[in-house]
Design a protein around this ligand. Structure first.
Ligand code: NAD
Length: 442
């Protein structure tokens, strides 16, 4: 008989995981506390933008293999395996992760399961969480229940979520209890048969792999951006520098693009949570460098604001500024901790007349910042602009050529916050264009 799977929390991670599990042939029910989200998903509508996921969702909702509910009663006894993918956002009162949602999900399950079940954590959590939850399950579960716990961190990237889930770079299975590894090997049989590397380890290592990966990626981005600060001051070409560094196989070219920095629902809060957790463990200096990584990252936003002032000869108040991109990265409508949106808001607060356009992110941005103005398309955004800012590298923006904009704007000024346009091409067409890492002398 086919295994039955529940996925608790149907956000970016949870819906992707649920739809991919259905694609693999399992019967799946996704559970969320948000009834609006559950209603949409049950009708086959994806509440966010993610390439390929909408089709997968519709296919399996229609086939009946994928369902959604708000009712834990419906899944607790039904499923053999419960994946937990609820949020672990930054706490309001500090840098640590807010563990309320994970704890609540585990208690909801543990108090309802009567038979045998495996709970698998996928959320990104502070090291030590699985061991703590193990105790929580023991304290709250029915004595008749036979519940095991495993930790299986998720590495999917928004924009590539389906591909990353179906064909991951590696699988990390934190399995300490009898039987849990065998069940997870069954769940992931297709990827394992295709040769996906698998690391079976203890709870702590599994939790740490995820935060270590994100800390490394964030550090790599801030590393190149710290060199951008040098070339902005004294000259030099940051892209050539990154290319030359990237040829070194020990370093690699990926994540070495100077720009407006990282954002989103993961990297910023994960590096902060890691610092908070290591401090709790008494290791106050161990992750201290991540505070620098965070600061370098936030300074990129200031750089764009300062550059905007300078390029507009300190006449920012009332100037028309077109902001291209508000999602934290292309192919996503996620605006959580988005550098682009933050820059747009800072310029608005400084008195600029800001018009924002993102192919998918306008709606989410408008929910957070309704006072900003949002354009329906690129032409509307750049109409009569005194300055154009390219802040998220959507394909549509990367493909821009000067002729696309020059009849629309009021002045040929552009900040390339992602270093994706050909500077020489735009300069030849009479534009003042400044990229990240580029020395600017008005
Ligand atoms: P999200 O905010 O999009 O989704 C979380 C969902 O959990 C929401 O729909 C919320 O309503 C639901 N929820 C909250 N409490 C619940 C409860 N008690 N029971 C059921 N549902 C509940 O978050 P996300 O981006 O999907 O991230 C989830 C986790 O996955 C986080 O720990 C994140 O760090 C990690 N992660 C995310 C990504 C990504 O790219 N988004 C990648 C890897 C790991």
């Amino acid at each position: 008989m086919s295994m039955k799977i529940s996925v608790v929390g149907t956000g970016y991670l949870g819906v992707t995981h649920a739809a991919c599990m259905a694609e693999l042939g399992f019967e799946v029910i996704g559970v969320d506390v948000d009834p609006h989200k559950v209603r949409m998903l049950s009708e086959g509508h994806l509440p966010f933008h993610e390439p390929g996921l909408g089709e997968l969702l519709r296919t399996h909702v229609e086939s009946g293999r994928l369902r959604f509910t708000t009712d834990y009663e419906q899944i607790a006894e039904w499923a053999d395996v419960h994946f937990i993918g609820v949020g672990t956002p930054q706490r309001n009162d500090g840098h640590g992760a807010d563990m309320r949602y994970v704890d609540a999900a585990v208690i909801e399950l543990a108090t309802r399961i009567r038979g045998k079940a495996l709970i698998v954590g996928k959320s990104t959590v502070p090291v030590g969480t699985a061991r703590r939850l193990h105790g929580l399950i023991a304290a709250t579960a029915d004595p008749q229940a036979d519940i095991t716990l495993a930790w299986n961190p998720e590495f999917l990237r928004e924009g590539y979520a389906v591909r990353d889930t179906m064909t991951p770079d590696r699988l990390v299975l934190g399995c300490e209890e009898a039987g849990s590894e065998a069940i997870l090997r069954q769940v992931y049989a297709r990827a394992l048969d295709a040769g996906t590397p698998v690391i079976v380890t203890d709870f702590e290592t599994a939790e740490l792999v995820k935060v270590a990966a994100n800390a490394f990626l964030a550090t790599k981005i801030s590393f190149i951006n710290s060199f951008a600060e040098i070339t902005e001051t004294i000259g030099g070409d940051i892209t050539v520098l990154a290319d030359a560094l990237g040829h070194d196989a020990r370093i690699g070219r990926k994540f070495l693009n100077a720009g407006v920095g990282f954002g989103g629902g993961c990297l910023p809060k994960d590096i902060r949570a890691l610092q908070a957790r290591t401090s709790e463990l008494g290791l106050t200096h161990t992750m201290g460098f991540l505070a620098e990584v965070d600061e370098i990252n936030l300074r990129r936003r200031e750089r764009v604001v300062r550059l905007s002032h300078a390029m507009l000869q300190d006449q920012l108040v009332g100037a028309r500024v077109a902001v291209l991109g508000v999602s934290f990265k292309p192919d996503s409508d996620d605006v959580r901790d988005s550098p682009a949106l933050d820059i747009a808001v800072r310029l608005f607060n400084a008195g600029a007349d800001v018009l924002v356009y993102d192919p998918e992110g306008n709606k989410n941005a408008a929910e957070r910042f309704p006072r900003l103005f949002y354009a329906n398309d690129l032409a509307e955004a750049v109409a009569n602009a005194d300055l154009v800012l390219l802040l998220t590298e959507w394909a549509e923006f990367k493909a821009l050529v000067p002729a696309d904009l020059e009849q629309l704007v009021a002045a040929r000024r552009l900040i390339d916050g992602r270093n994706v346009l050909s500077r020489s091409q735009w300069e030849e067409a009479g534009w003042e264009i400044v990229g990240m890492g580029q020395h600017y002398a008005p």
